[in-house]
Design a binder for this molecule. Sequence first.
Ligand code: T4K
Length: 406
Amino acid sequence: MKVSLQDLAIFGGTSSFARPLHVGRPNIGDRAALRARMDEMLDRRWLTNGGPYLEEFEQRLAGMLGIRHCVATCNATVALELAARALDMRGEVIVPSFTFIATAHALHWQGITPIFCDIDPRTHNIDPERVEALVTPRTSGVLGVHVWGRACDVEALGAIARRNGLRLLYDAAHAFGCSSREGMIGSFGDAEVFSFHATKFVNAFEGGAVVTNDDSVAERVRLMKNFGFVDEDQVVYSGSNGKMSEASAAMGLTSLESMEEFIAINRRNYRGYRRGLGDVPGIQVVACDAQQRHNYQYVVLEIDERVTGVSRDLLQQILRAENVLARRYFHPGCHRMEPYRTLFPDAGRTLPHTEALTARVLLLPTGTTVGLEEVGRVCDIIRFAVENASAIAARRGIIDDGAAPS
Ligand code: T4K
C-alpha cells in the first residue's frame, strides 16, 4: 500500500510487484492434455498440412459458433489477407484506424488502400454513420473490427454493404466466444477472422481462422492457404502458405477445453477492477454488455485527464515502475504509423474520436496469471495516483527538469 509519494517506485520506492504483470500473458490450460497430444502427434509423424488435430480444431470451432466453414490459419494477419483476396477486395477498403496495425497492413500488403474511418467513442468501433460518406467508385469493401470483443453495429454495416454492393469482412481477433444481439460473432458479414495468438485468451501459440457461411469463399480460402493446390500437382489460384501446424492445433484444442474457466477468471478480474476503480474520478473501466456473451480478455480504462489530473501516459509510467506493464493499445492509431502516416498526412483531421481515444486508453493485466489480490493492488496504485495527482505532477515536473526531487 502506498502512503506517501516516496513509496511510488517512479520516485524511488520499491515496486509493488516482484514479477511483472503483463497484458496478454498466455493462458496455458491442461499441460498433461497438451503433452499427450504432442506425443501422439510425434508418434503419428504428421506435423502439418491438414492433420487430424487441425481438422478437429476446425470442426470444434465451426460447431461451437454454428458456422458452416472454419479454415484455421497460421495467424490472424494471414487469415485477413486470405479473406480479403477470397472476397476479391481491391482498390479501397474502409477500415477503422483504432485497431492493431495488422488490420491495416493485411489490406495494404494485398495492394489494397485502407481508408480510415472514425469510430463511435461510445463503442470504440467503426462508426457506420461515417462509413457511407467514405464510399467512392474505388471502394470494394468494409473491414470492421470488433474492438475488445464488443460487436460492431453489424446490422447497420450489413445494410451499408448491401446498399453499396460492398464486401463486408470482420476482424474478430478479440472476439472469440463473444456475441451481439444478432448472434454469435463469427456469423456476420461475408466472413470473419479470429486470432489464436499466444496473447489471446484461447491460444494456439500462433493461429487464426477464417469463418464463413459462404461455400465459395470458404473454398477459395482453403485453396489459397495451401498455395492454391487442388490436388497433388494442380494449382488453380495464386496462393500462399497460411496453414496452421499440428502443434498449434493441439494447443488450440487444449486451450478450447479450458475456455469457460479462462472466461470465468477474466470475468472475475474485470469485476474486481470495476469494483476497485468504480469510484475513482476520471477513471472508467470500459463496460462489457452483461446481456451478451463476452470473453472479458481485455480490461480497458478510459482516463479523463481533466478530472484525474494525471495523464494516461504518466499513469502508465507510474504503473510500469510498479511492474504493472499496462499497454496503450492502439496508440497512436494506424493513421499515425507508417506507411499510412506518409500516405495520409492529414488523416487525423477526419479522425477526431480516434485521436482522442488513443490518448485516453490504457489496458490493465488480466488472465489466469493475475489474481484478485493483485487486481486490488493495481487499483490501489491507480487510486493513490489520482488522489495525489497534483503532488505527483509537481514532483514529476521537478525531476523532468533535471532538478533533485524534494
Ligand atoms: N487484428 C487485431 C484487432 C489484433 O488485435 C491482432 C493482434 C491482429 C489482428 C493480428 O492477429 P495475429 O496475426 O497476431 O494472430 C500483441 C499480439 O502479438 C497481437 O496478436 C495482438 N493483436 C495485439 C493486440 O497484442 P504486441 O506487439 O503488443 O505483442 P507483445 O510482444 O508486446 O506482447 C504483449 C504482452 O504479452 C507483453 O507484455 C508480453 C506478453 N507476452 C507475449 C507473448 C507473445 C507473454 O507474456 N508471453 C508471450 O508468449 O501484440
